[in-house]
Design a protein around this ligand. Structure first.
Ligand SMILES: [Zn+2]
Length: 78
């Protein structure tokens, strides 16, 4: 997956899913903002050796991440 750079907080994320996870608030009310490092850590997000923020290793927050994994298992004949 390509890395995603956020112009809002100048952080880089290892995937778009990780990027999405750090943006919170309501779009229509223009209340979108970036999570603080502390808040991302609280969600279980971590930084990899490239300094990119990654999703929590055991993903319980983003169901789409799990479903991608399930598809991969299916594709491999599981
Ligand atoms: Zn950001």
């Amino acid at each position: 997956m390509p890395a995603s750079y956020c112009t809002g907080c100048s952080r880089t994320f290892s995937s778009t899913s990780a990027f999405d996870l750090h943006r919170i608030g309501n779009y229509t009310r223009h209340q979108r903002r970036c999570l603080r490092s502390q808040e991302m850590s609280a969600k279980g997000m971590m930084r990899n050796d490239k300094g990119q923020w990654t999703l929590p290793p055991t993903e319980k927050i983003a169901p789409w991440y799990v479903s991608v994994e399930a598809k991969m298992l299916k594709a491999s004949g599981y």
